[in-house]
Design a protein around this ligand. Structure first.
Ligand code: CS2
Length: 459
């Protein structure tokens, strides 16, 4: 069977890829970007006829993504799995693939290119290399970048490129972090502080916040076979997604940008209420279902949320513990949003693995759960179900045969010799890169955690 490419194109993308020049650099060329920003960017180009916004995608790790996309001229399918039969659409907005570890200089040069005015990022929580809310200056890769070598970290890449630019840049974080844009700006500022020089262009550059939402499970061989069946050609770069897609972006740009609003994004002056609602409702519930579901032996989120007891707990988390901490963004009804989220999780065709959502808990928990716990405690409330979610993570960390987490060594060390619920809770609460002092020393929180850990380990 032929491989998808410009020469073997069963369905044309919305825009002729050959007409696009590179105007956006995307850092973190994983499945999520391909199913999200790349789709919105292409739709915008199709509707406006503006051909300046082809994407240069940067893979931060292995060459796998390049091996998948380059032989396909950057083309790939988005396999949408909703209620009915799956559908597939070929996307052509990615015009170049760079692999950072192989050619770090090319990444800096591309971001510094005057034709590029926007950088977007999906590098996951750990890609920011922060510790306790600041750039981790003890991180060996950050230290390496600060010596002036071709940068290997995201913050290093952005800083090196900004230092070379004459025109300001807009950098749009699309990761699940609180105030992601301002946070990234602060990390880049801390990097420049450590260097002892700030380029002029930094002040005028912009770091809008953005909220992204689409469930994109890791692609499997079965998905690739399905894509081949639907397309009649092999697509090694296919990604799977649910029909739902949302992108809310703070309208704060330093220069030209794609007309993303034409592609379905919402441009607004205040992203914070959207972002808080999404992180605290969707991502928090996702993590809770991942840990509780994995502990019950469920492979997928859909199986977990179809367990009546777990579905009821997810609902209680949203209604009792999360919604009271939120201010709804204009036009969003929080209870119905919560209901939609649980419906989306129940999509059996997605096969989103609990193990995938469970990974990197040490960097996800603070963003999704711990801020809400803190708010409830401050309000004098008992965050019972939030504590259950955190306890489920604790038991998962304690029992998982292998731990996929940037802090795995520290977590394993913290738990060595801990056998009682109180010891498990106390040893993990003492991990100060996860739990801020106010939570680590909260008696009501600790008591709830011990009760839940005891119940979960008894099952
Ligand atoms: C998930 C998210 O893997 C995870 O931790 O909670 O990737 C989630 O699927 C997306 O944020 C949905 O927009």
């Amino acid at each position: 069977m032929n491989r998808l490419s410009l020469a073997h194109l069963p369905v044309a993308p919305a825009v002729d890829p050959r007409s696009l020049s590179v105007g956006v650099v995307h850092l973190g060329l994983g499945a999520f970007h391909r199913a999200h920003q790349a789709v919105v960017t292409e739709r915008a180009a199709a509707l406006t006829g503006d051909t300046r916004w082809g994407i240069s995608g940067v893979s931060q790790r292995s060459a796998t993504v390049r091996e998948q996309l380059a032989p396909q001229d950057g083309l790939y399918g988005v396999l949408e799995r909703g209620n009915g039969d799956p559908t597939i659409q070929v996307i052509g907005s990615i015009r170049e693939v760079l692999t950072a570890p192989e050619d770090p200089e090319a990444v800096v040069a591309r971001i510094a290119d005057p034709a590029v005015s926007v950088v977007t990022l999906t590098v996951t929580e750990k890609g920011y290399r922060a510790k306790n809310g600041h750039l981790d200056l003890d991180d060996p890769e950050i230290q390496g970048d600060l010596t002036g070598r071709p940068p290997r970290t995201v913050v290093g890449q952005l800083a090196a490129a900004l230092a070379r630019r004459d025109e300001p840049l807009t950098i749009v974080s699309c990761d699940n972090l609180v105030a992601n844009g301002p946070f990234l700006r602060q990390l880049v500022a801390e990097y420049f502080d450590a260097l002892g020089k700030v380029p002029d262009v930094f002040e005028a550059s912009r770091f809008p916040a953005s909220m992204v939402d689409r469930i994109v499970p890791a692609t499997t061989d079965a998905d690739r076979d399905e894509a081949a069946r639907l397309l009649g050609v092999r697509d090694e770069a296919v990604v799977v997604a649910e029909p739902f897609l949302q992108w809310v972006i703070e309208d704060d740009f330093a220069g030209p940008r794609p007309a993303w609003e034409q592609g379905g994004a919402v441009l607004t002056h205040d992203v914070a209420p959207w972002e808080q609602a999404k992180l605290r409702i969707l991502n928090a519930t996702h993590s809770m279902l991942a840990y509780l579901g994995a502990l019950r032996g469920y492979e997928t989120i859909a199986e977990a949320v179809r367990d009546e007891e777990l579905a009821a707990l997810a609902q209680t988390l949203i209604t009792d513990d999360v919604i009271p901490t939120l201010t709804p963004p204009d036009g969003l009804d929080l209870p119905s949003y919560g209901a939609t989220v649980l419906d989306r999780f129940a999509n059996p065709a997605l096969k989103h693995r609990t193990a995938q959502v469970a990974m990197d808990g040490s960097v996800k928990l603070p963003v999704r759960l711990l801020g809400t716990v803190q708010d409830r405690l401050t309000a004098g409330a008992e965050p019972t179900t939030l504590a259950l979610a955190v306890a489920a993570w604790m038991v998962y960390v304690h029992t998982a045969p292998t731990l996929d987490d940037p802090q795995a060594p520290r977590l394993t060390a913290a738990l060595s010799g801990a056998t009682t619920p109180a010891a498990i809770v106390d040893n993990l609460l003492a991990v100060d890169t996860i739990f801020p002092p106010a939570l680590a020393t909260s008696t009501p929180f600790r008591d709830l955690l011990i009760t839940h850990v005891a119940a979960l380990t008894n099952r």
